[in-house]
Write a protein that binds this ligand. Sequence first.
Ligand SMILES: CC(C)(COP(=O)(O)OP(=O)(O)OC[C@H]1O[C@@H](n2cnc3c(N)ncnc32)[C@H](O)[C@@H]1OP(=O)(O)O)[C@@H](O)C(=O)NCCC(=O)NCCS
Length: 200
Amino acid sequence: MKSIVIIGASGHGKVIADIAKNVGYEKITFLDDGRAGALGAYEIAGDTSLIESFDADFFVAIGNGAVRKRIFEAVKKKDKRLPVLIHPAAIVAESVKIGEGTAVMAGAVINPDAVIGEGSIINTSASVDHDCVIGAFNHISVGSHIAGSVVTGENVWIGAGATVSNNITICSNVLLGAGAVAVKNITEEGTYIGVPARKK
Ligand SMILES: CC(C)(COP(=O)(O)OP(=O)(O)OC[C@H]1O[C@@H](n2cnc3c(N)ncnc32)[C@H](O)[C@@H]1OP(=O)(O)O)[C@@H](O)C(=O)NCCC(=O)NCCS
């Protein structure tokens, strides 16, 4: 039986479970360090101290990039497989490369020759255009759009409905707020909001 353990029993985890079911996982179990019981139809079997006891694939479904990275690395250390989960209703060009443990939600579009780092989230109806290089542990939020040839560092969060213009580079540890539009390179970590995006 194809089994997956999802770490993080949240709304985001629910969406990951839905994708896992759609791509053929028959047994889906959650682990969470702060919640017990069940998440809808799925059992929360315990906390992350149980990682080793499961013979299954794993997925880290935690929104915060730094926490996602920490748990992702803990899972990897235990030699567990972290698959890429792509919703059947996402459009991903053949030449796209996606790192392990990344999720691509329904309605997302990733165009040719884009590279997506490990542990990232390409959320519902987001788009990542041709030749982008998206770093590890990024979150490209719902309805945001990344134009062609954009490069992002690690732990970059592009907020809901935000836009990044083509050929822009964004350094690590940047949060581009909801609805913001980045039209220039961002070279200093921090939070950026507005149109055009400026440091908060
Ligand atoms: C930018 C952000 C991190 C700021 O959060 P915060 O530090 O808690 O800021 P606050 O909510 O206290 O707001 C402070 C001020 O900034 C303004 N502001 C907050 N977010 C803003 C945004 N995205 N664009 C423009 N202005 C914003 C607020 O209106 C407020 O203005 P005021 O002082 O005139 O009332 C947050 O609003 C945001 O955009 N997060 C991204 C959420 C998201 O995209 N989630 C997607 C999940 S898939």
